[in-house]
Ligand binder design. Sequence first.
Ligand code: CMX
Length: 150
Amino acid sequence: MDNSDLFVCIDHVGYAVSDLDEAIKLHCDTFGWRVLHRETNEEQGVEEAMLGTGEQGAQNAQIQLLAPLNDSSTIAKWLERNGGRGGVQQVAYRVEDIDAVSATLRERGVTLLYDAPKIGTGGSRIQFAHPKSTGGILLEIVEPPAAAAH
Ligand code: CMX
C-alpha cells in the first residue's frame, strides 16, 4: 500500500482553552511561542490563535489555541467534559489535496464529519475524522491556502 501521498506533516496541535488572552500570555511569555495569526471562526464556534516559534512561520508545525465563542461551541463542550481544564483537543495533519485524501480515508473506513471540507484557519480547507475511527484522537486534515502549502 502506497501511503506517500496522504500527509505532508503535522500542521498543528490544537489546545482547548477557556480564555484566549490568558492562554496566549502563558504560551508566549513562559514557553516562548509567538502569535502568528488570530481570528474568529463563527462556523466552528471558536476564537483562535496560531503560534509559531523563533523565526518559524506557518510552514512549520504550529500550536493552535482554541477558545469557545459561546456555550454551544464544540470547545465549550470539550472543556465541560474535561472538568473545565484545558488540554489537547485535536491534532491536525497537513495535506496537499484534501478531496483526494478524504476519499482515500473514507475508502479505508474512516468516519469523516463533513460531507465536504469547511473553511478553517486563514482560509484553509479542513475536515475532521471522528475520534472513534482514529484510536481516540480528534484528527483534523488541513489543506492550507495554495501559497502556504509547502
Ligand atoms: N478528542 C478525542 N475524543 C473526543 C473529542 C476530542 N476532541 N471530542 C469528543 N471525543 C469523544 C468523547 O469523549 C466521546 O467518547 P465516549 O463516547 O467514549 O464517551 C465521543 O467522542 C463523543 O462523540 P460524539 O457524541 O459523536 O460527539 P461530541 O459532541 O462529543 O463531539 C466531535 C465530538 C468530534 C463530533 C466534535 O468535537 C466535532 O464536531 N469536532 C470537529 C469540529 C471542531 O473540533 N471544531 C473546533 C476546532 C476548529 C478548528 O480547528 O478550526
